[in-house]
Design a protein around this ligand. Structure first.
Ligand code: SF4
Ligand code: SF4
Length: 147
């Protein structure tokens, strides 16, 4: 080692410098404004054009008509790759990518979420056992999505 004092200098500097890391999960992390996390759906803005469904490269969205000019969205967050293409595509700004990133689940069914009037309901909890869920109606991923 050519300059032994150099390491001492570096240690002293690091001791008084602000830490570059945060104590996650003990400290809540605020994501940047343009972070692409979990999606949010505003049913009051949706016109049911299904452009988001057509553009989604993963086949992760299903838009369902539930009444006269009323639609709900089913997201399969296990398929979603958080590209936010659907957010850019939606002509009515009914979709939003939030800063939420803590999405891990042990039960895959909990990643299928139905948004009814802005309110997310996990499919596994919403649908009684044995009834059809959004999984049955979700479109297949586009053929080039996994290549
Ligand atoms: S693109 Fe927007 S308005 Fe059209 S169906 Fe999707 S969420 Fe609704
Ligand atoms: S973020 Fe990308 S992958 Fe996820 S639902 Fe939207 S378009 Fe599909």
């Amino acid at each position: 080692m050519k300059r032994p004092g150099r390491m001492f200098h570096e240690v002293m500097r690091s001791m008084f410098r602000k830490a570059a890391t945060v104590r996650y999960p003990f400290v809540k992390v605020q994501m940047p404004a343009r972070f692409r996390g979990r999606l949010k759906f505003d049913a009051s803005k949706c016109i049911g054009c299904k452009l988001c469904m057509k553009d989604c490269p993963s086949g992760a969205i299903t838009i369902q008509k539930v009444g006269d000019k009323r639609f709900e969205a089913v997201f399969d967050f296990a398929r979603c790759m958080y590209c936010a293409q659907c957010v850019d595509t939606c002509p009515k700004k009914a979709l939003e990518a939030t800063g939420e990133f803590e999405l891990a689940q042990l039960d895959r069914g909990k990643l299928i979420v139905t948004f009814k009037n802005d309110c997310p309901v996990a499919a596994a909890a919403a649908a009684p056992a044995g009834t059809a869920t959004a999984t049955a109606t979700a479109p297949e991923p586009k053929s080039d999505a996994h290549e």
